[in-house]
Design a protein around this ligand. Structure first.
Ligand code: TXA
Ligand code: MG
Length: 320
């Protein structure tokens, strides 16, 4: 039985003990729920891959309480400093060169000489990370290939019947709803490896640089950026103007009217925070196919379209 406990002093203490003992604890962040383990402990990190049923050892994001802890693990560059000041704590992950003295299991970084680092802003996540001095490796807390969880109940449903995670710390529904923006900040120019709520425009404003984006290229820098990901069971048809007879409808903005609308007001941030929960709800309703309204390709809409395109991708051989 997976236990869900509300976020409070007792669950913080229990989470820290479980992490220290090499177990997994799921917790909320401002993006999605993470499946966390001590990033220094290779066996604990191996349990993440086993629990998620991840076919490959993709590198994981290390979550820490503040920028100082992040730059103790990854080599600080002038670009990383500017980005950290602008967007940490928050929904941004930086790829940096892994410091030679970083106490991190090789499995966490999949043997790479780089490391992914994030300082979440969510009060609960910060509470946990401050209470433990460990870096916490945490992918999204869903079985591999599935939709990322934005509530504690989603997490529990994904791992029902297993013995990990030992605890889910319930922090309510995630506000952001999309995974963090991943930026390679090792060089002079920011390279967006995964779009998210921190948009290319925001990065350009903060750095006075035009970020590059690799998301349209086949050259995979982030090994986890496989085509099919974040997938519901039902088939998706994107940029639809109306549902066909056999399709459920996921709307955006006005008309056609429906039960599931990412944002009736056409607010992209609201749509981002609803996306995964609504895909789950439509899956649970038994729909075989889901038609999705067009989402404007601007701001966080870039990230929403990225996730939808991956979710709609048909080649199962690439599922992660
Ligand atoms: O919002 C988020 O980022 C959530 C929460 C829990 O923090 N986490 C998350 O983790 O989405 P995950 O494992 O689902 O995605 C991490 C991505 C993967 O695509 C992985 O390949 C990439 O980060 N990544 C990790 N380390 C990397 C590295 N050294 N170089 C390039 N990409 C890396
Ligand atoms: Mg994931």
């Amino acid at each position: 039985m997976i236990r869900i406990k509300p976020y409070n002093d007792a669950s913080i203490a229990e989470a820290v003990d479980l992490w220290r003992a090499g177990h997994l604890v799921a917790f909320g962040t401002e993006t999605v729920y993470g499946l966390g383990a001590d990033a220094r402990n290779g066996q604990a990190v191996a349990a993440i891959f086993k629990t998620k049923n991840r076919p490959q050892f993709n590198p994981l994001i290390c979550h820490v309480a503040d920028s100082g802890a992040a730059f103790a693990l990854g080599v600080e560059t002038p670009l990383a400093r500017v980005l950290a000041e602008a967007f940490w704590a928050g929904a941004m992950t930086l790829i940096l060169a892994r410091r030679a003295d970083a106490d991190i299991a090789d499995l966490t970084t999949a043997g790479l000489d780089s490391i992914a680092l994030r300082v979440p802003s969510h009060e609960g996540a910060r509470g946990l990370l401050t209470a433990t001095s460990m870096p916490i490796a945490a992918p999204s807390a869903n079985p591999s290939g599935g939709v990322s969880p934005t509530t504690a109940e989603h997490v529990a449903a994904g791992f029902a019947g297993g013995d990990e995670p030992r605890l889910i710390v319930d922090m309510g529904a995630c506000q952001g709803g999309l995974e963090s923006t991943i930026i390679d900040a090792r060089g002079a120019t920011p390279i967006i490896l995964r779009p998210g709520a921190i948009t290319a425009e925001m990065i350009a404003d903060a750095t006075n640089l035009t970020p590059h984006s690799i998301t349209d290229q086949t050259d995979i820098i982030a090994p986890g950026q496989l085509a099919r990901h974040y997938a519901p069971r039902a088939k998706l048809r994107l940029n639809a103007t109306a549902p066909r007879a056999d399709e459920a409808w996921l709307g955006f903005g006005t008309a056609p009217d429906s039960e599931h609308n990412l944002s009736p007001q056409g607010d992209l941030l609201e749509a981002a925070s609803n996306l995964f929960a609504m895909l789950r709800a439509l899956d649970a309703s038994g729909a075989e196919a889901i038609a999705v309204a067009p989402i404007p390709f601007e701001g966080v809409g870039v990230a929403i379209n990225d996730r939808l395109t991956r979710a709609a991708y048909e080649d199962d051989a690439d599922a992660t």
